[in-house]
Ligand binder design. Structure first.
Ligand code: C2O
Ligand code: CU
Length: 543
């Protein structure tokens, strides 16, 4: 593969949306940020200069970074943040990724505006496993806040409640014609009748999963999270925060203007409830009478859990000679993780003004992740004691009815800690991710760094260890890096722990992550030289 060099300057830049101008964090002055393009197996060197007044790190979401956690990016997990005025160089070695992934800040809530598409083409001389598109268009689903987004988590901690929602959803940085002062900027995709377009769709929204559709057009899904899928047709998609999808759009309708829209899929009442939509335009070339407003697509309502499941149930990986499915058939490490939103008391050292003196928290196996002040990777690599503990539980402390008919009070309050789970090199791992209804049910988009995994099963209600494994798909399950654990449901994932390092797993709903819904895998080195963590780069940021 080739080596490609990029320079990313993180700085504050003025942007005008929703009738007013404010400073936002950008890369190279762009919102959304620049698109990275490479071929399968290439290497990218990205020099990052922090000219902003906040700490920053960048993460390459969906890229596995073989043996090189040093460039993965989550702050205080694989690196200390790049402080204002400092720089850091990320080295990104691509391996089996192909299709659309993305990059975003992984420090505080900076990813609200610091993000962009990352497109990985087939190797030179190779082809897509689907009909060639006439053009390819990144479609970045994002948000606009009137407030300074960097202050939102701190404010929410003080009130103890849900963080505020954004003021608009956006498509390629634009709220679109449904919002005030936004008609002019509306993103417009010009198409020619009879042609085929590849939309590279990314959900970069902090707090919401989304439904997305183009009026009067069926969509063909051909990839997800940088892996191809068996193509299937649909009227709408559900894309969870953190996910990316490759979607073919055939311009096969009478020339006109059609809305390309997105709306929240919240699944549960809570901060995620937002019934507004964002719209952009697909416009056919040619001479015809433009309608006064574009045709708009029917999108499922915000709480349509069934519509979301009806879409995701179609995922199958290609499982061909060129794109094989390497599903682990035998499992030696069985893990069971519960995902909960909890309530904790306001305390003297974490004061808050929440009702009843309580605030939200979140946990995996009832452990709420505490972000350390020194990065776990260096602590592990240099044997520095006292930064983390190795006793992350392999199963939840109590079994109960996870669909939440009865609430065991001891599960309402999590324990706290910076705990990692140690995995042997090449362990064959299965994790049941079980949603719970400890406080309220929710859909949790769970992302694992350093890996892709196979989603071999999923369902609603409580996972049944006797019956459910009998229905696993071990032939062509989808390969993903961010999986939506359904509302009051579970998923079963499998992967081989063949990437040594320190890797974060967390909910991609930003509030849940902020509240502690995350944990860390420490995958040990193997015996051969090719199965050990690479040496650290020379100039690591300091904490
Ligand atoms: Cu898209 Cu840990 O992140
Ligand atoms: Cu969550």
């Amino acid at each position: 593969g080739r080596t490609r060099h990029h320079k990313f300057v993180v700085k504050s830049s003025p942007y005008t949306r929703l009738c007013s101008t404010k400073e936002i964090l950008t890369v190279n002055g762009k919102f959304p940020g620049p698109t990275l393009r490479a071929r399968r197996g290439d290497k990218l060197i990205v020099r990052v200069y922090n000219r902003a007044k906040y700490n920053i790190t960048l993460h390459w979401h969906g890229v596995k970074q073989p043996r090189n956690p040093w460039s993965d990016g989550p702050e205080y997990v694989t690196q200390c943040p790049i402080q204002p005025g400092k720089k850091f160089t990320y080295k990104i070695q691509l391996s089996s990724e192909e299709g659309t992934v993305w990059w975003h800040a992984h420090s505080g809530w900076a990813r609200a505006t610091v993000h962009g598409a990352f497109i990985i083409y087939p190797k030179r001389g190779q082809h897509y496993p689907f009909p060639k598109p006439h053009a390819e268009i990144p479609i970045i689903l994002g948000e606009w806040w009137k407030q300074n987004v960097m202050e939102i988590p701190g404010n929410a901690n003080v009130t103890g409640g849900e963080p505020i929602l954004s003021n608009a959803l956006t498509i390629n940085g634009e709220p679109g014609y449904l919002y005030p002062c936004s008609k002019q900027g509306t993103f417009k995709l010009m198409v020619k009748q009879g042609r085929r377009y590849l939309l590279r769709i990314i959900n970069a929204v902090l707090e919401e999963d989304l439904f997305f559709a183009v009026a009067n057009h069926r969509l063909t899904i051909v990839g997800k999270d940088g892996c191809y899928l068996k193509p299937f047709k649909t009227d709408y998609i559900m894309i969870a925060t953190g996910q990316s999808m490759d979607v073919l759009l055939e311009a096969d309708q009478p020339p006109s203007q059609y809305a390309m829209s997105a709306r929240a899929y919240a699944s549960a009442f809570g901060a995620g409830f937002d019934n507004t939509s964002t719209a952009s335009i697909v416009e056919y070339h040619g001479k015809y009478h433009r309608p006064t407003s574009p045709h708009s697509p029917p999108l499922p309502p915000y709480n349509a859990t069934k519509a979301a499941a009806d879409f995701t149930k179609h995922y199958r990986t290609l499982a061909t000679k060129h794109h094989p499915a390497n599903v682990p058939l035998q499992v030696d490490t069985h893990l069971f993780f519960t995902l909960s939103v909890n309530l904790i008391n306001c305390t003297r050292d974490k004061p808050c003004t929440g009702p009843l003196g309580k605030r939200f928290s979140a946990s995996v196996n009832n452990v709420s992740f505490v972000t350390p002040s020194f990065d776990l990777l260096q602590a592990y690599y240099y044997g520095i004691k006292g930064v983390y503990e190795e006793d992350f539980p392999r199963k939840p402390p109590y079994e109960f009815n996870y669909t939440g008919e009865r609430l065991p009070f001891n599960l309402l309050t999590p324990t706290f800690g910076t705990k990692v789970m140690v995995l042997d090199y090449n362990a064959s791992v299965e994790i049941i991710l079980q949603g719970t209804n400890v406080l309220a049910s929710d859909h949790h988009p769970i992302h694992i760094h350093g890996y892709s995994f196979y989603v071999v099963g999923w369902g609603f209600g409580k996972f049944d260890p006797k019956k459910d494994p009998l229905r696993y798909n071990l032939v062509n399950p989808p390969e993903e890096t961010t999986v939506g654990v359904p509302n009051n449901g579970w998923v079963a994932i499998r992967f081989r722990a063949d990437n040594p390092g320190v890797w974060l797993m967390h909910c991609h709903l930003e509030r849940h992550q902020t509240w502690g819904m995350g944990m860390v895998f420490l995958v040990k080195n193997g015996d051969s030289p090719g199965s050990r963590i690479l040496r650290p780069p020379r100039h690591l940021p300091k904490c």
